[in-house]
Ligand binder design. Structure first.
Ligand code: C2E
Ligand code: MG
Ligand code: MG
Length: 733
């Protein structure tokens, strides 16, 4: 046919034939259509093999007509437009087998029939079976005329089709990150909970909120914020993998759904991994950006069985995580209910506390905020070489509120600017009164540092107080490197011009990047307390990291201070690793200005170390009523010390060592324990399975008895006679 066409091409119809009857003219029109790509033609024989296909259509396959002619027509296509990923040619095969008319059947070219590297293409097929018209009297019905194959046309609809798929994807997925959107994740969670209810399978909702995202958006602009969200999404996908479904609900709010995981130890580990990875620095248009993430978790059916309940629970946990000091995870527990209100009250109280220091100088009520000073000691001769200024808040009713609680509140509300300026001024005022001109280190929040006025304020304080700039050391954390690189660089330059010293605090936590050390003129690195905490444990990595940090600082000509040394064995390890300066309770806690003055006046500039020989992991003192179940009897007792591996319980007399008990720690937390010590009304127990962190310094059981199991147990509970004596114990002061 092609030759035929070619022979006739360009020739005019003979004058005597009408254009409509003229074969050559009709073929020319036909070919123009084919070449114009507005439609193609195809034909098959009775056995379904291809006998014709427009040359332009062959181009779409990237193959010559020769390769395609003679192939079974159905082997070239796959259908099922609903599931574009799924290969199936059944509907087309079915239609052709039935010799049915084809009208707009959407098919996809089978990719392994195409030349390598061809883009997937979608066609709409139309076609007619070619049947003999049955002759009257031949005995065959008209419909039953002999079948000679198909004649049809095709149209490339790839663009429209992809747009259609994209539209339906948009309805389900977040266009910025490609994660599930609010609509999809809500629907998925609902159907998950509905499906799991019957089988009592657990489902976890993790809610994530980025810390300091708003700052990035504000300082670097929305495109940078978008890029950051994309990178966060990629990291989340990397950590979570196929274990769960991730969604972005809008803004910097993400959710992760996890099925069949109720082990709070494992969930906590996953949350820690997410926090670790998301907190690594990002590179966005030549800026280093550092953010954090807080995570709240709630688990069905333990914390509720309806979606609304789990969402509310996870939200409360997230709130608690954010305000418990950021970069934390938190499991929902029923004590969290009031934290939102609690936080509001704290904000109010802090605002009030600031007026007690920031008011006009002569209007003094007792200031709630004071600065205290912790000595930094040289290890070889125990000489005090300087002090770190630390803020203390003593609330008239609530008592001492630690900086880990109120500094984040101050940062969130902007009060840190006032508070930080006050701390700097107060520390400088106090330091100039010391008889010995020792160094004074002051902590500076990243929020303060990012403020363009910061160097000016430092200059003013130096001028006002007359403090020698060489004596002032500003402690910064790596989070100062987030945000606008130009402002940061300018601040470093201005501070160096003033002649003050700079220390990098909490080094080794979060996102330690060597490029920071190159970028900024630090005089000192402070090794974070977390390494010292674990340096005497069997895991030797912490000790090695301490040695590596000290080695690095030495090589760069920086000093190091090791923080948080509490016991002699820790001191021995860090000294063996090269530590020359230590700040820790082994030498001294932070001291009030009056005490500092008194000691200095007495010429006391050496502090001998004093403290425990060995460092013991912290046992938490608690005072909580719990249930103790032995055989079929339930006792009430008081939980005192609690650690991951054991507890001390008061209120039961006559429990033999070796007895197996179940502790009911509340909210479905049942723990199997063995009595290891028993004396009067006090027993010591060891947990069969160690407790795990709740993300906020507390301990929880890995597993909980589900509400279903608890309800069943309550129905069956029978109470036998008590074997131990239950006695009343009073809370000691
Ligand atoms: P940081 O700057 O790393 O301060 C060291 C913290 O470790 C202090 O806690 C100190 O009391 C504690 N510490 C020192 N030696 C030991 C030890 O041997 N064992 C234990 N367990 N802890 C030890 P503090 O005073 O509660 O402050 C916590 C954090 O709050 C500080 O960490 C700092 O980041 C922030 N902060 C405190 N005061 C200020 C301030 O005036 N301004 C700003 N922006 N932040 C402050
Ligand atoms: Mg510090
Ligand atoms: Mg520190």
């Amino acid at each position: 046919m092609k030759n035929l066409l070619r022979n006739w091409q360009g020739t005019k119809p003979p004058h005597d034939a009408s254009p409509l009857e003229d074969v050559a003219h009709r073929l020319a029109v036909f070919e123009d259509i084919e070449r114009g790509h507005s439609g193609w033609f195809w034909a098959t024989d009775a056995s379904g093999r291809l006998t014709y296909i427009s040359p332009a259509a062959c181009e779409r396959f990237g193959l010559s007509a020769g390769t395609l002619i003679g192939q079974p027509f159905t082997s070239l296509f796959e259908t099922d437009p609903e599931n574009p990923g799924e290969r199936s040619d059944r509907p087309l095969q079915f239609l052709l087998g039935a010799h049915a008319r084809l009208a707009d059947v959407t098919v996809r070219l089978v990719s392994d029939r195409c030349a390598p590297g061809m883009r997937p293409a979608w066609w709409a097929l139309a076609g007619q079976p070619k049947l003999d018209v049955a002759k009257p009297g031949s005995g065959k019905s008209e419909k039953g005329g002999a079948f000679h194959g198909y004649r049809g046309s095709a149209r490339d609809i790839t663009l429209e089709y992809e747009r259609r798929i994209e539209d339906s994807r948009l309805a389900e997925f977040d266009s910025l990150t490609g994660l599930a959107n609010r609509h999809r994740i809500t629907r998925r969670f609902e159907s998950m909970l509905a499906a799991f209810k019957g089988t009592m399978r657990p489902a976890t909702l993790m809610m994530l909120d980025l810390d300091r995202f708003k700052q990035v958006n504000d300082t670097l602009g929305h495109p940078a914020g978008d890029e950051l969200l994309r990178q966060v999404a990629q990291r989340l996908t990397r950590v979570v993998g196929t274990a769960g479904e991730i969604g972005r609900l809008g803004g910097d709010e993400f959710q992760i759904l996890l099925s069949d995981q109720e082990d709070r130890g494992k969930l906590g580990e996953l949350a820690d991994k997410i926090i670790g990875l998301v907190s690594q620095p990002y590179r966005i248009d030549d800026n280093h950006v550092v953010i954090g993430v807080s995570i709240g978790m709630a688990i069905a059916p333990f914390d509720g069985t309806e979606r609304e309940d789990i969402v509310r629970a996870a939200d409360l946990a997230l709130y608690a995580a954010k305000h418990g000091g950021r970069g934390q995870f938190r499991f929902y527990s029923s004590d969290l209910k009031d934290e939102k209100e609690e936080r509001r009250l704290l904000e109010e109280a802090l605002r009030e506390a600031i007026t007690t220091v920031d008011g006009p100088d002569d209007s003094w009520e007792a200031p709630q905020l004071v600065m205290v000073y912790q000595p930094v000691v040289r290890t070889d001769d125990h000489t005090v070489v300087g002090f770190e200024a630390l803020m203390r808040w003593e609330h008239p009713q609530r008592g001492a509120i630690p900086p880990s609680v109120f500094i984040p509140v101050a940062e969130d509300t902007g009060m840190i600017l006032q508070l930080g300026a006050w701390a700097l001024r107060q520390a400088a005022r106090d330091a100039v009164l010391w008889p010995h001109p020792l160094r004074i280190a002051v902590n500076v929040s990243a929020v303060q540092f990012a403020h363009p006025d910061f160097p000016r304020i430092v200059g003013e304080v130096l001028a006002e107080t007359g403090l020698d700039p060489e004596r002032l050391e500003l402690e910064l954390t790596e989070s100062v490197f987030m945000g606008d690189g130009e402002v940061t660089d300018a601040a470093f330059k201005a501070l160096k011009l003033l002649g003050v010293r700079l220390a990098l605090d909490d080094f080794g936590t979060g996102y330690s990047s060597l490029s920071y050390l190159r970028a900024a003129p630090f005089d000192k690195l402070k090794v974070d307390r977390s390494f010292v905490d674990s340096c005497t444990l069997s895991d030797q990595n912490s000790a090695k990291i301490i040695a590596a940090i000290i080695g690095l600082a030495d090589a760069l000509g920086m000093e190091t201070t090791v923080e948080g040394v509490e016991a002699f064995d820790q001191r021995d390890v860090v000294c063996a690793k090269g530590a020359r300066f230590i700040q820790g309770f082994l030498y001294s806690p932070p001291l009030e200005q009056a005490v500092v003055l008194e000691r200095m006046a007495g010429g006391q500039l050496r502090i001998p170390p004093e403290g425990p020989k060995r460092h013991r992991p912290e046992r938490r003192s608690v005072y909580r009523r719990i249930g103790v179940i032995h055989e079929d009897h339930r006792y009430e007792a008081l939980l005192r010390n609690l650690s991951a591996t054991g507890a001390r319980i008061e209120g039961l007399v006559g429990v033999p060592v070796g007895t197996s008990l179940v502790l009911d720690l509340g909210a479905g937390q049942l723990a199997v324990v063995t009595v290891s010590r028993s004396e009067d009304a006090t027993i010591g127990v060891e947990f069969e399975t160690p407790l795990v962190s709740d993300g906020a310094g507390g301990l929880v059981t890995r597993y909980r008895a589900s509400p279903y199991a608890l309800a069943a147990a309550a129905r069956m509970a029978s109470s036998s006679a008590p074997q131990f004596l239950e006695v009343e114990v009073r809370k000691r002061a």
